[in-house]
Design a binder for this molecule. Structure first.
Ligand SMILES: C[S@@+](CC[C@H](N)C(=O)[O-])C[C@H]1O[C@@H](n2cnc3c(N)ncnc32)[C@H](O)[C@@H]1O
Length: 255
């Protein structure tokens, strides 16, 4: 193993190439521990996520439209709490359970969410893969820009199944995330378009920086894979709210 410019590589003797080793949970936690300010502002903090403000609005509108009088939300990978804060504008005074790997993120989320809800606010520092979420507890589950850290198919399925169990009947889960396309040529085309977007936002150096950290840290799955998995674990209604190049907002209803 060698370290190069903060990225972790290992030498593959089968391909004679240097390959990225994906970040560990500790490395991901450390990165987010140091990024609280950026994630406290969705408008400016997630510029690399195409359509981030639109996807957030669509998700909270859909959640509220399905259940205008819900009592409880679980926000997985809550960061500084942007998603829960927006949902509270539509469904006030929810009991809020905030889950994140990063303590500094959770502290910020708890402070911001606690200031606007009269419900209980529970902050849980945990890896979602290891957390028992319980049964039929939540009206809404939100997971924005976090599930791309899941690695194996088993982890994806176990996490989606936990979400299904944790929702009350009629409750819904909403996911906003980077997605890959399973057809190589389409993936390459979409990736190039995303690159153009990043260059337009800043410059080529920024594009290469974003490409590098995605390569280092993320293991996204195609949208179709995730929709099929939602159905497989029990969600009999699935909905796509937005799809923009390689970002999607979608969800499932436990009816
Ligand atoms: C890109 S931020 C998004 C924050 C927030 N959802 C938003 O959209 O504003 C991802 C967050 O997920 C957290 N995270 C990453 N992997 C996680 C895991 N396995 N379990 C729980 N939280 C995780 C990170 O610490 C980080 O705060």
């Amino acid at each position: 193993m060698v370290w190069m410019q903060n990225f972790h590589f290992h030498y593959s003797q089968t391909t004679n190439k240097l390959l990225y080793v994906k970040s560990t949970v500790e490395q991901i936690r450390e990165r987010f521990d140091n990024d609280v300010e950026r994630f406290s502002n969705l408008e400016t903090g997630q510029a690399a996520t195409m359509d981030a403000p639109l996807s957030l609005q669509l998700v909270v509108q859909a959640a509220a439209a399905l259940r205008p009088d819900g009592k409880s939300v679980l926000d997985v990978g809550c960061g500084a709490g942007n998603y829960t804060l927006q949902l509270l504008q539509r469904v006030p005074n929810l009991d809020c359970t905030l889950v994140d790997l990063s303590c500094p993120m959770l502290r910020r989320a708890k402070e911001r969410v606690g200031a606007v809800t009269s419900g209980t606010v529970t902050a849980v520092q945990a890896d979602v893969r290891e957390l028992e979420l319980g049964g039929e507890k939540y009206d809404y589950i939100l997971a924005a820009a976090v599930l791309h850290h899941l690695r194996t198919d088993e982890e994806w399925e176990a996490t989606f199944a936990k979400f299904f169990r944790a929702l009350k009947p009629g409750g819904s889960v909403w996911i906003v995330d980077l997605v890959y396309h399973s057809t190589v040529a389409v993936q390459e085309m979409m990736w190039a378009r995303y690159g153009d977007y990043l260059v337009g936002l800043k410059d080529e150096k920024y594009r290469d920086h974003v490409y590098a950290y995605i390569e280092q840290e993320d293991t996204p799955k195609p949208l179709v894979y995730q929709l099929e998995l939602l159905r497989k674990v029990g969600f009999n209604e699935v909905e796509v709210l937005n799809m923009s190049t390689c970002f999607a907002a979608f969800g499932g209803v436990k009816s």
